[in-house]
Design a protein around this ligand. Structure first.
Ligand SMILES: Nc1ncnc2c1ncn2[C@@H]1O[C@H](COP(=O)(O)OP(=O)(O)OP(=O)(O)O)[C@@H](O)[C@H]1O
Ligand SMILES: [Mg+2]
Length: 290
């Protein structure tokens, strides 16, 4: 019975997706924690919103909310309420700066940190229902290589990986690529190098990462999406709980984020979002996991 209802829901989700090829679903992940994922997602979303795009951020660091704290929001309800059927997705979505929308994760809820397949299904179903009105949906994942992280990455059209200059960031991002490739059949990853002193430094780090994936992970392709300069104003904006781009629109971090937003906003939706013969979006997450 469960499998039957699963197949029906899946079909509905898949067909629903096909008719909305403008929606782009991007997961942002890193392996290592604290490399700037949440700041990147919040501000990229803000920059895209300022370019007229409708953006929803899903705080996919379930059980350890980040994004609402970063933006000084105080949600009354969160994804936990959605999964326990105490609230609908519309009840939970918050409006953030620059008209971005946010689906907050709960805090300190251990059961959310390792979602059971049925709960993943509920979440995906709800997201499919609500995603209709958006151009972009971002998953701000947690750190590490947990099943939640790999689930959100495989449920997205594209995965953006954030790395920094720290050697541990590179080894951790490599571990994540390896797992997503081997277990979830992901082949393509976009890479942003954060907290660098120059674009040259970012490109050097990117080259090192590509050299390792080319050598050890046949079939994986990386793409350089951009770089973000180290900016001493970032921790100040974090303390003020405001979007960085709003507070410091001309600071180094903002210039780099705007460059990436400009690039992304001009792209056509990923071919994965419309190609019928490719695993994509929601379907891919379940195809691999079941
Ligand atoms: N370009 C930057 N320049 C200076 N500081 C930065 C930059 N990017 C991020 N930071 C700082 O790094 C810290 C971690 O950022 P953030 O919370 O966005 O990381 P994260 O990857 O989401 O962490 P987690 O894995 O815990 O979710 C923050 O205190 C932020 O101020
Ligand atoms: Mg975070």
């Amino acid at each position: 019975m469960y499998l039957g209802s699963y197949a029906t829901t899946l079909k509905r989700m898949t067909y629903g997706k096909m008719s909305r090829s403008n929606l782009r679903v991007l997961a942002v992940s890193s392996g290592k924690g604290g490399v700037g994922k949440t700041n990147f997602v919040a501000n990229l979303a803000y920059a895209l919103s300022k370019r007229g795009k409708k953006v929803l951020i899903v705080d996919a660091d379930l059980g350890l909310n980040n994004i609402d704290i970063l933006l000084g929001l105080t949600p009354q309800k969160h994804i936990g309420h959605l999964l326990s059927a105490e609230a609908s997705v519309e009840d939970i979505i918050l409006q953030g700066p620059g008209d971005i929308h946010i689906l907050p994760a709960g805090n300190g809820l251990q059961e959310l940190t390792q979602l059971q397949p049925e709960k993943k299904m509920v979440l995906i179903n709800e997201l499919d229902h609500v995603s209709q009105g958006y151009d972009f949906l971002f998953f701000d994942t947690g750190a590490g290589i947990s099943s939640n992280v790999t689930f959100f990455c495989s449920a997205a059209h594209e995965t953006i990986l954030i790395a920094t200059t720290e050697p541990t960031s590179l080894t951790d991002v490599y571990a994540l690529i390896k797992i997503l490739h081997k277990n979830q059949a992901q082949k393509h990853f976009r890479v942003v190098i954060n907290s660098v002193s120059s674009e040259r430094e970012a490109q050097g780090i990117y080259r090192n990462l590509t050299a390792v994936t080319d050598r050890f992970l046949a079939g994986v392709s990386l793409e350089y999406l951009g770089y973000i300069l180290h900016d001493t104003n970032v921790p100040k904006a974090v303390r003020q709980q405001k979007a960085f781009l709003e507070l410091y629109p001309f600071s180094k971090f903002s210039v780099c984020i705007n460059e990436i937003a400009e690039k992304i906003s001009k792209e056509k939706p990923s071919p994965l979002s419309s190609a019928r013969d490719q695993p994509y979006f929601w379907r891919s997450a379940f195809q691999v996991q079941y």
